[in-house]
Design a protein around this ligand. Structure first.
Ligand code: ADP
Length: 625
């Protein structure tokens, strides 16, 4: 069994346009029942018994994985039309030395092709934004390929208005297929490039992606139609967001009626990519559909209220959504004829990068994943949806009866770095020592550190409270760059060490409070999965662990979205046999235990969380005055 993975990357060019293109960039391959991956950092051991021919879902501005191959891992001999041929048809016939490619050599060839990309122009800009693209270091160049595998010149988002709404990397983009495009898709011929055959298939040639935040008016109207922000969140999992597809479609209908009138189908970027492989319009999957402000996340049907507000009759243009594990059909003959895909290769529904990451991390019920990067992001698995005006609830990509939630916090690592520089002599070592030297609960001090306007909650400034809930410091800062120039009054009783703890405890109390508001709670067996740059800091992880009163595990999930797509495809194919996602993935590598809660943690932080919630109300009220 071999998995070959391609990338659909966003290429941000100098005009701020985003161009979609898809190219093969790396490969994973199976020998016996081991999956080997050419990511530099990944090797895993997922059992894969039955023969598979799976076109692997996924993508959305990230990438697509294609699982080809067969024979239950048997290594083919000779040069039959089998595994090796598929890869050879992509990489050419030879290896570096011009030997005919056998199976191993074929895998090498694909790997060296990866090397070609690495030593050539480098990874495409934006391709690492959650995509999991990893190029193999040290691989030698066989020959350059200029991306004629699947280049698709359609521009997505020439009007990328980078606004105040950058909370998630879910793509949300929409693609507008012109009347007659379905026919063209179904009739794709193997002897011409896709780009040529689909050139005239789009009614809108500069479709919006997630960076577009110009649909504020449409958002207001959508919320009005639903009865308010909370009501819209109750139906669709999120209040109205400019980047979400509903308001974008509405804007398109109002401002470009001619193009909109010529449209026979609207895809998300994910279902668009799936459509190319399917050779027909692919259904939008439940998880990515949850990022549109159009789907009723409980009934799993398009919401009548939302559709009416956006565009009466829109259902016809969207098609019916399907569970994310759905097998949509066999790969288009285009791929069979042009690139030697197996005609038994199935296409599993594609989804967005965040749902795919959840699958890649193999989050389970009760788990919470925290990415401690430039921004902090929290993912949780939810049994019951309890949407709130902040954060997003999606239908779960690995079990459509359940949900996942996503929260994003702008004041993450950059704020920790600022305090490190101010209070810890610019050293993470000293920063960590400060956490070790200060007590759980920080003698009652609670800090809110919002250098820039926070997403969850919408607040800004530094607010520090003492054990009597007295606000002992307040600094309102419009931007982080201005911050350093402000004179911050020092509270004499607060040491630099305590200030470090106030920041880190405050950040994690906030993560816990808002996750709980969306329905999350720590239960016996819950795990906190920590990833991102700051997850290498054991003392920060100890505070995280204590605040949640749950063990913290770390894992290398830099490839989680990609890996999740491979898992999802496999699960999609096995799903009809009744195997759960976790059964299918039982041999995948486990996360490593990094911290366990200290004995007093629960008592200290349960109480502190109640205070934090009360003080957050005060901060928000003061900011409104
Ligand atoms: P991105 O969101 O850009 O992918 P990363 O996940 O790579 O970010 O995380 C980068 C951040 O990790 C840096 O901004 C830095 O503040 C933080 N970081 C790196 N090392 C440490 C450390 N030892 N302790 C705490 N934070 C760290």
């Amino acid at each position: 069994m071999t998995l070959i993975c391609g990338i659909a990357c966003e290429d941000n060019n100098e005009r701020g346009c985003i161009r979609m293109s898809m190219e093969m960039k790396y490969a994973e391959f199976w020998l016996k029942d081991n999956l080997f991956s050419v990511y530099s950092s990944y090797e895993c051991n997922v059992e894969l018994q039955p023969p598979q021919h799976t076109l692997l879902p996924f993508g959305v501005g990230t990438f697509i994985c294609v699982a080809l191959y067969e024979d239950g891992g048997r290594r083919p001999r000779g040069r039959g039309r089998s595994n090796g041929d598929v890869a050879r048809s992509y990489v050419g016939q030879g290896t570096k030395r011009g030997r005919p490619a056998g199976r191993r050599a074929t895998a090498r060839s694909v790997i060296t092709e990866v090397g070609a990309a690495a030593s050539g122009s480098g990874p495409p800009a934006g391709a690492d934004a959650g995509s999991g693209l990893r190029l193999l270091p040290g691989a030698s160049v066989v020959r350059q390929r200029s991306g004629d595998f699947l280049t698709f010149p359609h521009k997505l988002a020439s009007k990328a208005a980078v606004g105040n709404d950058l909370s998630v990397s879910q793509q949300h983009g929409s693609v507008y297929w012109k009347n007659g495009a379905g026919l063209a898709l179904r009739g794709l011929r193997g002897d011409h490039r896709l780009s040529r055959q689909l050139r005239d298939c789009f009614s809108v040639r500069d479709s919006p992606v997630w960076m577009d935040s110009s649909s504020g008016r449409q958002c207001e109207r959508l919320q009005e139609a639903a009865g308010g922000a909370a009501e819209l969140a109750e139906i669709t999992g999120s209040r109205a967001y400019e980047r979400f597809t509903g308001s974008q479609i509405c804007k398109m209908r109002e401002e470009r009626p001619r193009e909109f009138g010529e449209t026979e189908r609207i895809s998300l970027v994910s279902s668009f990519a799936a459509s190319l492989f399917l050779g027909d319009y692919a259904a939008i999957d439940y998880s990515d559909a949850s990022g549109m402000n159009l789907l009723d996340i409980r009934s799993k049907k398009w919401s009548r209220v939302c559709l009416e507000a956006v565009c009466p009759g829109l259902e016809r243009l969207l098609g019916a959504p399907l569970p994310s594990a759905s097998v949509l059909g066999a790969v288009s003959p285009y791929w069979v004829n042009r690139l030697g895909f197996s005609d038994k290769c199935s296409v599993v529904a594609f989804t967005g990068d965040n749902p795919a990451s959840l699958a890649g991390m193999r989050l389970r019920e009760g788990d919470l994943a925290v990415s401690l990067g430039t921004s902090d992001t929290v993912f949780v698995w939810l049994r019951h949806a309890r949407p709130a005006p902040e954060g997003h609830v999606f239908i779960n990509p690995v079990d459509w009866r359940q949900f996942m939630a996503l929260l994003c916090f702008k004041n993450g690592s950059l704020t920790r770095e600022r305090l490190r520089n101010r209070c810890a002599g610019a050293s993470w070592e000293t920063f960590s020592a400060a956490l070790r030297q200060t007590p759980l609960g920080n003698d009652g001090y609670i800090g809110f550190y919002f250098d820039v306007m926070e997403i969850t909650p919408p607040a800004v400034g530094i607010h520090l409270f003492d054990a009597e809930d007295e606000e002992v410091r307040r600094t309102l800062v419009p931007t982080s760059s201005l911050f350093e120039t402000l004179v911050v009054p020092q509270v004499s009783s607060l040491s630099a060490e305590a200030e470090v703890r106030a920041l880190v405890e405050g950040q994690f109390l906030s993560r816990r409070l808002h996750a709980e508001r969306l329905g999350y709670s720590v239960v016996p067996g819950s795990r906190i999965l920590a990833t991102g740059g700051a997850s290498c800091n054991k003392d920060i992880l100890q505070v995280l662990c204590d605040v949640f009163n749950a063990p913290v595990y770390t894992m290398d999930v830099s490839d989680s979205a990609c890996l999740g797509s491979a898992y999802r495809a496999l699960h999609g194919v096995l799903d009809p046999s009744g195997e759960s996602f976790f059964d299918v993935m039982r041999k995948a590598p486990e996360a490593r235990l990094a911290a366990t809660p200290q004995p007093r943690a629960q008592q200290v932080y349960d109480e502190m969380l109640r205070r934090y919630a009360r003080l957050e109300e005060i901060v928000l009220r003061e900011l409104r005055l």
